[in-house]
Structure formats: C-alpha cells, structure tokens
Design a protein around this ligand. Structure first.
Ligand SMILES: Nc1ncnc2c1ncn2[C@@H]1O[C@H](COP(=O)(O)OP(=O)(O)O)[C@@H](O)[C@H]1O
Ligand SMILES: [Mg+2]
Length: 1108
C-alpha cells in the first residue's frame, strides 16, 4: 500500500505560511527562523516557495530526493524547490500549460542557484535518450559560459549575476526537451571599467589570466600578473572558494559542449584581451596653437598590441582617441578631444566592446540550443533577474533594476490574485475583495509614456542644447512633484524642503519594497550610452571576424543620423516584452531570501530578513492567500486524511468523497462559517480549524496505532500459536509414522526369520524324503543288477557248459569217427604212405617258398641289404645261403658292366680300403670321393708347361700339398707329381722342381691313425735323394696319394714293397736330426683345422680335432 504523506506531517513551525496562526510579521519571521535553524530552507505561501539561502551545501539535492519528489503532489511532501519544479513540469507535460518560474530576491539570495536547481530537476525527470541528453547537456552547459562573462564578485555575492536572464526551455508533446532560448537584460557594463571597493570585474578576466596556458597568453599578448591591468581591481583579485584556473577549464569545456568552434573561442578571448589592453591606454595633454588641449596616447605599446589583436590600424584608432567627427546635415565637423574626453571614449569603447561581446555570446548560444522550428512547443521559462537593490549610492543601474522588480511585483500581484480569484470562481465560492497594495502606480511613475521618469530622461537626452543631470533633475522636480511616490528636495512640495536625508542632487522613489534614494549624476550619460562614431567605425574596419559583427553601426555605408535608442528605452521595451511573455504563462514563484549579509551559514539576521520579507511583499502575499480561505484541499485527500475522525467514514467511505467530507464535518461539529464546500475542494477559512483537525487526527492516529498494535499482536500470537499447533500435528504425525514404520519393520523381519526357519525345516524334510526315495531306487537298481548279473552269469555258465559239452561231444565224436574211420580204412593203407605224404607236403611248401621268393627278391643294387623274412624255421640255412648267392650274382652282374679305367679306379679304391680301412680315421670320408689323379690338369695348364716338360713320364697324380717346415711346423705349398718312376716336388707358383725322388728310394710312408692329412715320405738311407732328409707333407687327398704310391711302388718291378706305417708317433729324418712327429687329439685354437707346432728340437706336435 502506498504510504500517503502530507506537508502537514512532521512539520517544523508551519510548512505553509498560510497556516500561520496568529499571522503577524513577527510570527512570520519567527517561523522562518525556526525552520531555517532546522535546515528547512523552503517554506510555502500557498504555491509560492520561499527559499532561504543556507550558504552551505545541504543533502537535499541528491538524485534520491529527485526521485522522492518525482510525480508527487505539491503538498504531499515537505516544502522543496523540487516540488515546485515537478508541479510546473507536470502541468506543462500533462495539461499542456506553458509555465514560467519567476525567481526573485536580492543579490546573493540564491536566485541563480535556484534556477539551476530547477533546470537540473527538470533535466533529471524529463525523457532520456541520446538526442535528448545532448540537448539537456547543452542547456545546462550554457550556464557556466554566461556566468563567466556575466557574473562577478560583489560585496553581497561572490558569484553575483550582473545581468538579467530569462531562459525559455522548449519541450515536445512528450515532455522531452527540444532546445531553448535565452534572453539577457542589461549587463552591468560599467563594471568593466570600474568596480566598487571590495568587488571584482567579471570573472572571465581573472579566469583567463590564471587558467590559460602560457602559450595562449603569449598569443593574446597578455601577462599573468593581474596588477598589470588598470581595469582589474586588485583588492579582491583572489576570492575564497573560487578556483579561477579550474573554472576557466570548465568554461572552455562548456563552450565546446555548447558548440563553439575553436576559432570562435579564440576570437572571444582576443576581445577579452583587447579590453584589458584598452584599459591600459593612457593619455596626455598636448597644447595646440589655438590654446586648446588635445589628448595624445602616452605609451603606444599597448595600443600596438591591442591593434594587432583586433586587426585594426593603429593610426585609425589613435586618431579616434584624439578627434571626434560630428555629422550634421551632410556636414562633417571634426573636433579635438581633451584628455578627459579621451578617457571617456576609451571607457565607452571598453564597455561597448564587452557588452556587445556578451550579447553576441547569448545569440551564439541561442544558435546552438534553439529548437527545430517545426514542432509545436511547450515552453517553460525560468527568470533569474537581479533583485531589488538599495545601495548607499544608487545610480541609473539600480533605478533600472528596481523598475524591473516593480514590474515583476506587479505581475506577481496580478497573477496571484487573478489565480486566487479564478479558483474561487471555479469552485463556486463567494469572493470577497481583499485590500492589498497595488504598485501599478509606481510602475506608472517610471514608465508612463508622457511624464514617466524614463520618458523624461529620454526627452532630456534627445533635447538639443546643454543637457546635464541637473537639467534632468529639474525636469523631474517640476513634473513629478505631485506624485505621491516621488520625493525630491527641490520639488515644490514643501514636505521635503527640510528633509536633510534627501540631498539636493538626488531624488527618492517610494518603491513597493522601500524608499530608494537615487543620485541624478550619470543618468544622462548612462542613458545615452554614447560611443563616438569614429570609434565604432574604427572597430568596423578591423580585420577581425567577430569585431566587425559587433559593430554594425560603424559601417559607413549605413550611416544613420538618427540617434540609437537610449538604454532606458531599450530596457523598458525589453521588460515590456518580458512581461507580456510572462503573462501568457502559468507563473510559479520562488522568492529568495538572504539570511545574513556575511555569506555565512547558520546566521539569521532578523532585521535583514524582515526587510526582505517586507519588500518582497510576502506578508501581503499571505494575506491575499488567506483573504478568503486559508487552506483548501481536494475532497479525496481531505477524506483520506481525516476519515479516521468519524465512525461513519472509518475505515472506508463508499460514497462520493464530497459526501464523505460533509458527513465528517457534521460529525466533527465544525461551525459552518469555518469552511465552505467548493466543487472539488473544501475551503477552510481559519488555520486554527485545520490545526484542531490535525490535533484530533494525531490523537486518533495514536489510538489507531494502539488498536493496530493490539490487533497485530493478537494476530501475531494467534498465528504463532496456530503455527505451533499445526507444527505439533505435523511432528506427531511424522513421529507416529516413524514408530509404526519401525514396528512394522520389526514384525517383518521376525516373520521373515520364522518363515525361513519353517521353510528350511520343510525343505530338509523334503530333502530327506527325496534322498530316501533315491536310495531306495538305487538299492532296487543295484539289487536288480546283481540279480540280473547272477542270472546272466548262471546262464553264461550254463551256456558255456553246454558249449563245452557240445565241443567235447564233437571231439569225442570226431575221435570216435576218426578211430572208426582209421579202424575201417587201416587195412587199405600201406606202411610207407606216411613218408610220401610228408614228402609231398614238404615239396609243396618248398614250391610255394620259391615261387614267393620270385616275387619278393630285392633290387639289383649291390648295396641293397634287404632280404625277405624266412617263412619256416626249418629253412633258415637255405634262406641265408640263397641270400649270399643272390648277392654274389648281382655283384658279378654289376662288375661285368665296368670299363678298364673304372676297374682300375675301383682296384685303387679296393687297395685303399685294404691299406686304411679301420686303421685311419680319415678313410671313411675318402670312400665317396672319386680318385681324380691329375687335379692340376698339368698337361693342359700352360702355367705348368715347364714342369710338364721336366717329367718325361705320364703323370699319375698331380696335386698341391703342403710341405711342413720342421723349424716351425708351418706348411709351404708344393706341387706333388707322381709318375711311374718317381715323385716330384715343385714350387707351386713357378713350377720349378724342388726335388725329384725315384720311387725305389722311397722306403716307407708314415701316417697317423687320425683324420689329418699328414704323411711322411721316408727315403732310403744312403741314397742320393736322402741327403736332404725325409719329407713331411700334408694333403687333402692323402688316401689317394698313399694308395697311388703304394700301387705304383708295387708295380715297379725293381722295387721292394712300400711300407705303410700307421701310427700316432713316428720319426722323421730331417737332414741329420731325427724328429718325432706326435699326433694328439684335442681342440685347436683355430677351430677345426689341424695345426702343427714345434715343441722342441726333437718333437713336432700335430693336434687333430676330435672327430665327432
Ligand atoms: N540552495 C543553496 N544551497 C547552498 N548554497 C546556496 C544555495 N543557494 C545559494 N547558495 C549560496 O549563495 C551564493 C549566492 O547565490 P546566487 O544564486 O548566486 O545568488 P543570486 O543569484 O540571488 O545573487 C551561491 O554562490 C552559493 O554559495
Ligand atoms: Mg544571480
């Protein structure tokens, strides 16, 4: 439920002055003070907001606050400037009413701050989006730019606006900002050339000098030192809490956001610099021949620099400060200027330059922020204009400012009263006229076209002849003397003749906000606002884009002899336009009050506040507001707020709100003259009445609170109890469930156990039975088997017995038959018949044997060892004899095929077998090798031709042998040749004969029993060949060589039989020595080959590998 709050909640003092009771100036100020002390700086008078300047930042302008006030009713929350801004914005957006926000108050009262708060609030609550945000940003950023050029430190305000500003913010139908238009009013340009004590020139001068980079300053030909410039007052150059350098950066940034081009910014700064330079120009008198003084510029350096900045010709400007051209009726008259006039001209140029620059800035900003013209706009105007000013010394500016305030008061009175009146009419309430002071008469005194003060000033300014401030004052004295708000010493009205507070050169006006004494001095000049044409023309000629625009009146082509409108005239016209503009809009007032003169927080100077309250006409405001009815409220919120005071409306009223309120009023017995019923609102005449209602409401709220508390507590305890009860049931239900579950589980397990026991028992019983049955079956089977076995055996026995008997019978029968037959046939056989049968049988067997042998004889190969098995034992001898015969026969058959050579070969082989078989281990391996004889093919090989010719006999054997050297046992290859008569040893390579031994000289040959090829050829002692000793040789063909030696030796008729000695140890005669050659078995180092080593002088050891 939305919490309805009201302005009336938590009030400090009263939030709305209309409710002040009793109403007096004292109570009014007391209320302000009370609220101010509690940081409540805003107070309402109806819809008008009074704002006290807190002079310190309060935490009430946060984004949260903006949200709090957003879319809330004006009286719903405590007074705030946001409430007013929200009200204005919403009625602009929702009801399509153009709004204006009028902010008034004296200098330093917080008008500019207030206007910024309003703008920032509107910016925060209105639509969002890229385009909209850009517009908002530009609108907000126009402030710093204008403040830099238009604000200055004054004694009252460190950031006092020295111009009036009215800004129209334009919105589309949705309430999104589209753009804005700024109007400026009367810049206080005299400040450019002179500032009152304790005040400063416009901020921009100081900002430029402190904030610009060295580079920029150099370009502008400026020096950072303030003291170098005549136009800058020094006594308050630095202001507390004001950072000029930082502000300069802010301003430049803001200018960029608003859309100033870089060269535009540069031009603006050049003009500012030019104004400073202008201030430094000084003049000296120079006497002329006609006796008059003519001014001359003292130091031309500044002038030169200024001319460079502005792009003007130095001589033109110089001349403009010395002469003045007056044009009248096609005549040009040039007059010289004296020093004073030159200074006047200089200051006038500076003021004009600056004020025109300021106006140009406003126009330029407007160019950037202005809305597209196409759509229909809703407008919210914010007026931040200088407040009423009463100084010790008041001049033309104060007069103009105060005139403006008069006009605003006028519009305030008009609009407030009109609004009030309209409301009464709208609501159908009878209207009783209220007495109030209408300042129209003062406005008339000033602005009347015929005899208003401004009109007379203009008349004086335009009048030919000598015109001075005195003549102007005289004129006033004559014409306005009768006016009740005009006071002057010289007027004929004797009342003031003795009034010493009114000097002769002054006049006094009774403004609505108090009497103000104006000094007539300077009125005419300031109103004229004269700039010598020579200067404006010089400016126009400048080669500077901006300057030319600022001085269009200097264009010689457009020489206008008519005088330009006076300052007063211009101001009156623009104020008139402003007023007309404001009148078309719905006004919202913010009235700013300054609590003290010290710019200090927490100080409330009663006299000062009292003064402001008076001249702002706030008391009157309250009175007017209260003239009819002090308080009004729509029926719905009224009923909502007070319905608890009556039983019939509490808690709900079903009917229309108005009837509810009527019932309420009757029930509360409110006297009838205390209030009236309007169409949509109830009007309460007296605040006392409202407060009594509020008091009753407060009481009632307390009771209601107690009631609510009571019911709430009851409800809370009850619901707690119910909750406990419910919980208890739940808990017990869960517990019971749990217990039952447990019990059930137990029963279930018990049952299962019992069940398993029973089943086990039953199963065992069944098993036993089944086992018994099985055993029975087995027993039966066994018994049956045994029984059948017994029977079968018995039967078998019986059958065997029977068979035996039958056999026996048959045998006996056969014997018996045989016996019978033999007995019967004995007589027919001879006694030798037995032998014949025997022979016949033998014959038959032999026949069968031989016939079978024919089939089974083995192959004809002599080495086939197979022979059929003998069939009968008795034929053993025959069988082996037959075998031998068969073998002989087939060998003979085999031999008969041999040629002579083959026969010789076999004979040789046979001889070898006789010599070596079973004697030498080498023999078996030689059996399968055919004896080739001539291994070297000596007759065919040309290598051995010589050798061949050396032996005349046929070579029986030619082979390579190793001759063993007895010194080391190593072998040397030799060719061994054997012929019928001799054997020859020759060199293997050359074929040269080494030894030739006739065979008869060879007595014996020694070889080992083993598988080596060593053999020793022993020679006959004393023979010619034996001188060199025996030969120890080795050959692969040992068996063949020895066999052939043996055969050849045998065939040679004149020789003895060659001895062949086979033993493992034999002696060999080497020249003189006999050496023993010993053969041992064993593994040799070099594998399987035979090695021979000399062991000592008498022993050569040949180791032969063991044959497997
Ligand atoms: N709402 C506020 N909160 C805090 N300080 C304020 C407020 N309004 C004004 N001030 C202070 O008062 C000074 C003067 O306010 P300003 O608006 O410039 O006065 P005015 O425009 O009426 O001459 C400001 O510089 C600021 O220090
Ligand atoms: Mg201001």
């Amino acid at each position: 439920m939305e919490v309805k709050t009201s302005l009336l909640d938590n009030m400090i003092g009263v939030g709305d002055m209309v409710l002040l009771e009793p109403l007096s100036e004292d109570s009014f100020i007391e209320n302000l003070r009370k609220r101010f002390d509690h940081n409540e700086i805003y107070t309402y008078i109806g819809s008008v907001v009074i704002s006290m300047n807190p002079y310190r930042s309060l935490p009430i302008f946060t984004p949260e606050k903006v949200e709090e006030y957003r879319n809330r009713n004006f009286y719903e929350l405590s007074p705030h400037i946001y409430a007013l801004a929200d009200e204005a914005y919403r009625s602009l957006r929702d009801q399509d009413k153009d709004q204006c926000i009028l902010i008034t108050g004296e200098s330093g009262a917080g008008k500019t701050e207030a206007s910024k708060l309003v703008m920032s609030y509107v910016a925060a609550v209105c639509g969002k989006g890229q385009e909209v945000n850009k517009v908002k940003e530009q609108l907000l950023q126009s402030n710093p730019v204008l403040e830099a050029f238009g604000n200055a430190k004054t004694v009252r305000n460190d950031n006092s606006s020295r111009f009036g500003k009215y800004m129209d913010i334009e919105f589309d139908f949705k309430g999104d900002p589209l753009g804005g238009v700024i109007s400026n009013y009367l810049l206080e340009k005299s400040r450019v050339v002179k500032q009152p004590r304790g005040e400063r020139n416009f901020h921009i001068f100081y900002q430029l000098l402190s904030g610009a980079s060295d580079d920029t300053l150099k370009k502008l030909k400026l020096d950072r030192d303030f003291s170098k410039y005549n136009y800058l007052s020094l006594d308050s150059a630095a202001v507390n809490g004001l950072d000029d350098a930082a502000n300069f950066r802010t301003v430049r940034n803001a200018m960029q956001i608003v859309g100033f081009m870089e060269d535009e910014v540069q031009s603006v700064l050049e003009l500012v610099a030019a104004v400073l330079k202008l201030g430094n120009l000084e003049f000296k008198p120079e006497s002329r021949c006609n006796g008059t003084d003519e001014s001359r510029i003292k130091d031309k350096n500044d002038l030169k620099e200024m001319c460079e900045l502005l792009g003007t010709e130095q001589s033109v400007l110089e001349r403009a400060f010395s002469y003045r051209t007056v044009e009248a009726k096609q005549e040009k008259v040039s007059t010289t200027l004296n020093v004073a006039q030159a200074y006047y001209a200089r200051d006038a140029l500076a003021k004009n330059l600056y004020s025109r620059l300021f106006s140009w800035l406003v126009t330029r900003i407007n160019g950037s922020i202005k809305a597209q013209p196409k759509a229909r706009h809703k407008v919210m105007g914010v007026l931040d204009i200088y407040g009423f000013e009463i100084f010790e010394d008041n001049s033309f500016e104060q007069f103009i400012i105060n005139y403006c305030n008069e006009k605003l008061q006028q519009i305030f009175i008009e609009l407030t009263l009109r609004e009030e009146q309209e409301e009464y009419i709208r609501e159908g309430i009878e209207w009783t006229n209220v007495e109030y002071f209408n300042n129209a008469i003062i406005c008339d005194l000033i602005e009347n076209h015929q005899n208003g003060i401004l009109a007379m000033l203009d008349e004086e300014c335009l009048r030919p002849g000598t015109v001075t401030d005195e003549t102007f004052l005289d004129k006033l004295n004559t014409i306005c003397a009768e006016h009740q708000h005009f006071e002057s010493r010289r007027s004929k009205n004797s009342k003031f003749l003795t009034d010493h507070s009114l000097p002769h050169n002054c006049f006094r006006i009774q403004h609505y906000a108090g009497k103000v004494l104006y000094r007539a001095e300077g009125f005419v000049d300031k109103n004229n606002d004269l700039l010598y044409r020579d200067l404006s023309q010089a400016m126009y000629k400048a080669n500077h884009s901006l300057i030319k625009q600022l001085f269009p009146d200097g264009n010689p082509a457009k020489v206008n002899l008519k005088r330009p409108p006076t300052a007063g005239f211009q101001f009156r016209a623009s104020v008139g336009t402003l007023m007309r503009n404001l009148q078309t809009k719905n006004p919202n007032y913010i009235r700013c009050i300054k609590p003290n003169d010290k710019k200090a927080s927490h100080i409330f100077t009663e006299s000062l506040v009292c003064h402001q309250v008076r001249y702002l006409g706030l008391m009157e405001n309250v009175r007017v507001r209260r003239a009819g009815y002090a308080f009004r409220q729509a029926y719905e919120p009224c009923l909502e707020r007070y319905k608890m005071l009556c039983k019939r409306t509490w808690p709900h009223w079903r009917g229309p709100a108005r009837e509810g309120v009527e019932v309420l009023m009757v029930d509360l017995q409110v006297p009838l003259d205390e209030f009236s019923y309007g169409r949509s609102k109830i009007f309460i005449r007296n605040p006392r009445m409202l407060f009594s209602l509020e008091e009753r409401r407060r009481q009632c709220l307390q009771d209601l609170a107690a009631l609510i508390q009571k019911i709430y507590r009851g409800w809370k305890c009850r619901s707690h109890f119910l909750l406990l009860k419910k919980s208890q049931i739940v808990v017990s239900a869960w517990y019971r469930r749990y217990a039952q579950q447990k019990k059930y589980q137990k029963i279930k397990t018990a049952t299962t156990v019992m069940q398993s026991y029973t089943r086990g028992w039953q199963a065992r019983k069944l098993l036993r039975e089944l086992k018994y049955q099985k055993r029975c079956k087995e027993a039966v089977t066994t018994i049956a088997a045994f029984w059948h076995g017994t029977q079968a055996r018995r039967e078998l026995r019986r059958l065997k017995e029977e068979a035996r008997r039958k056999h026996a019978v048959a045998v006996i029968w056969a014997y018996w038959q045989g016996l019978k037959v033999r007995r019967e046939y004995r007589k027919f056989f001879r006694a030798n018949a037995g032998k014949k049968i025997y022979d016949f049988t033998i014959q038959r067997i032999m026949q069968k044997y031989f016939l079978g042998l024919k089939r089974t004889t083995p192959s004809m190969s002599p080495i086939d060892k197979s022979w059929p098995a003998r069939p009968y034992l008795f034929m053993d001898g025959v069988h082996s004899e037959l075998r031998r015969i068969f073998n002989h026969w087939r060998c003979k058959k085999y031999r008969s095929q041999f040629t002579e050579e083959k026969k010789a070969v076999y004979e040789e082989k046979l001889e070898a077998s006789e010599i070596f078989k079973d004697k030498k281990a080498l023999y078996p391996s030689s059996v399968s090798q055919p004896f080739k004889g001539d291994y070297l093919e000596i007759s065919k090989n040309p290598k051995y031709q010589k050798l061949n010719s050396a032996v005349d006999e046929k070579v029986l054997l030619a082979d390579v042998v190793n001759k063993i050297n007895r010194a080391n046992g190593k072998g040397t290859a030799r060719i061994f040749l054997l012929t019928k008569k001799s054997f020859v040893l020759a060199d293997q390579k050359t074929g040269q004969v080494k030894a030739s031994v006739p065979l008869p000289d060879l007595t014996s040959v020694s070889v080992s029993t083993q598988s080596d090829g060593f053999f020793a050829l022993k020679l006959k002692e004393g023979s010619a060949s034996a001188t060199k000793g025996d030969f120890l040789l080795s050959s692969e063909h040992l068996i063949e060589i020895i066999t052939k030696l043996h055969r050849t030796g045998a065939t040679a008729a004149d020789s003895e039989q060659l001895n062949i000695d086979i033993s493992d140890e034999f002696l060999v005669q080497f020249k003189q020595d006999k050496v023993c050659v010993k053969f041992v078995q064993g593994a040799t180092k070099n594998g399987n080959s035979v090695s021979c080593k000399r062991k000592n002088n008498r022993l050569l050891e040949v180791s032969v590998p063991t044959t497997a």
